[in-house]
Design a protein around this ligand. Structure first.
Ligand SMILES: O=C[C@H](O)[C@H](O)COP(=O)(O)O
Ligand SMILES: C=C(OP(=O)(O)O)C(=O)O
Ligand SMILES: [Mn+2]
Length: 457
């Protein structure tokens, strides 16, 4: 016999019971003005029926890897576009980014004898926080571009309108990106014996040539080990994780599920989620939501962060001090890191917490050229990375990783590097729709530099 009194779904839904909607009652920043609330609700409802993009077991495995790194036994390499676009989710572009991350990882692993955790800003990095809600061109003001999952980049009212159908397109684009990443990294392409082939197709440049030299050494070592009986077939596959900024709540919330193994909530849109510098308010919606999912979390920290801010974030996001749960991604700027980072490291060390400390040498070093290009100087990026290592050496903490905006293509978006990209050259191949990315060669150069810094430790 059925009950005459129906139980409201909300009272039995485990996600609701886990407080996963509490963020709706809190102040929230950087969300789009969706013109059609019903269409957003329909898109979110559709997302809620779609399969998870990642599995909770993989998420747990990443947390274990990050825990090892936080205790000094590993290094996180997190990289990819500032803003992924739907149009660029092509086989060639995805392959070039994966190859670039694999090459950087091998430079770091071989150069510094350190296990490297590979995490892409990929398969979901579609939503962007902006400094301004609007953009004005030639006297016309329109909503700012907030990433392909919200609106279009074309400067027309139609394109800049927030369109909820993009939420579902974002999911499917993330799914096909992740599918290809999994094929590349599990299907033999990432095999260490392919170390030379990752360099193929990239124009020859000094960083490539240096890489080739290293690849030859690795080849010799692999052949030697094979001759000794080592079985390299066992390490044909490589772990490669997906991450993005958990910004757009109409995407993240419906992609949050209860894990049948443990009863815990996981945001299954990516393995690792991070909260941005603009949305990490301790009493805000984003921090509340993320505090309730089990994924490893990143938190961006800008130059004005105080030790008190850090302690409050640790208490909210990692009350049980779970190893590998929390990664602080500092983005101080080359001119600030040497004074701003050490007090945070000291304070956290004294308190006894062991988060993973990672440097993002991109977001504190933005400049705009007189011709209007958003760019960064490669020298500033390098200087911030060096400042990061100096700070950790001084305090005696582990410099645990780098977080970079990069692409595998030969774009001209950041100034300098051995190719000496100058302000005039920026125009030749500037493709980013948001922040400037290191190109393939600049990325490799940075990896060699980081390996040298790691060797000094
Ligand atoms: O990626 C980070 C931010 O979204 C980006 O730096 C904001 O850029 P804006 O200052 O042009 O809005
Ligand atoms: C928005 C970003 O950075 P931040 O929050 O550090 O400004 C980003 O990483 O794209
Ligand atoms: Mn960015």
């Amino acid at each position: 016999m059925t009950s005459l009194v129906e139980t409201p779904a909300a009272l039995t839904d485990p996600l609701v019971l886990a407080g996963l909607d509490h963020w709706r009652t809190l102040p929230i920043k950087q969300q789009p003005n969706w013109p059609d609330a019903q269409a957003v609700a329909a898109a979110s409802a559709e997302l809620a029926t779609l399969p998870p993009l990642v599995f909770a077991g993989e998420v747990d495995q990443l947390r274990e890897r990050l825990a090892a790194a936080a205790s000094g036994h590993g290094f996180l390499l997190q990289g990819g576009d500032c803003a992924e676009t739907f149009a660029d989710a092509t086989a060639d572009r995805i392959r070039n980014r994966v190859k670039t991350v694999l090459q950087m990882a091998v430079v770091l692993t071989y150069g510094a004898s350190m296990p490297v955790i590979k995490v892409g800003r990929m398969a979901g990095q579609f939503a962007k926080p902006r400094s301004s809600d609007t953009e004005t061109r030639g006297g016309v003001t329109l909503p700012a571009y907030r990433g392909d999952i919200v609106n279009g980049y074309d400067f027309t009212p139609e394109s800049r309108n927030a369109d909820p159908s993009r939420l579902v397109k974002g999911y499917h684009t993330a799914a096909s990106t992740l599918n290809l990443i999994r094929a590349f990294t599990q299907g033999g392409f990432a095999d260490l014996r392919e170390v030379h082939s990752w360099n193929k197709g990239f124009a020859e440049n000094p960083a490539n040539v240096r890489y080739e030299g290293m690849a030859r050494e690795i080849d010799r070592a692999v052949r030697f080990m094979e001759a000794c009986g080592a079985n390299f077939d066992e390490i044909k596959a490589v772990e490669f994780y997906a991450s993005h900024e958990a910004l757009l709540m109409d995407y993240e919330r419906p992609l949050t599920r209860i894990d049948s193994r443990t009863g815990d909530a996981y945001d299954v849109s990516a393995h690792l989620l991070w909260v941005g510098e603009r949305t990490r308010d301790i009493d805000g919606a984003h921090v509340d939501f993320l505090s309730r999912v089990r994924n490893p979390l990143g938190v961006k920290l800008g130059p004005s962060t105080t030790p008190d801010d850090v302690f409050r974030l640790i208490d909210r996001l990692d009350p049980e001090r779970t190893p590998g749960r929390l990664t602080f991604i500092t983005r101080m700027g080359a001119g600030r890191i040497r004074e701003a980072l050490p007090p945070l490291l000291e304070a956290v060390k004294a308190e006894g917490s062991t988060p993973l400390w990672v440097t993002d040498p991109m977001h504190g070093n933005g400049i705009t050229t007189p011709t209007g290009y958003k760019t960064r100087r490669f020298d500033d990026v390098v200087d911030e990375v060096k400042g990061f290592f100096e700070a950790h050496r001084a305090v005696g903490t582990h410099p645990g990783g780098i977080h970079v905006e990069l692409t595998g293509d030969d774009v001209t978006e950041c100034l300098g590097g051995s190719e000496m990209i100058d302000e005039e050259t920026l125009a030749t191949r500037y493709e980013s729709l948001c922040d400037p990315r290191l190109n393939h060669m600049q990325s490799l150069e940075l990896a060699f530099l980081v390996a040298e810094e790691l060797r000094k430790n």
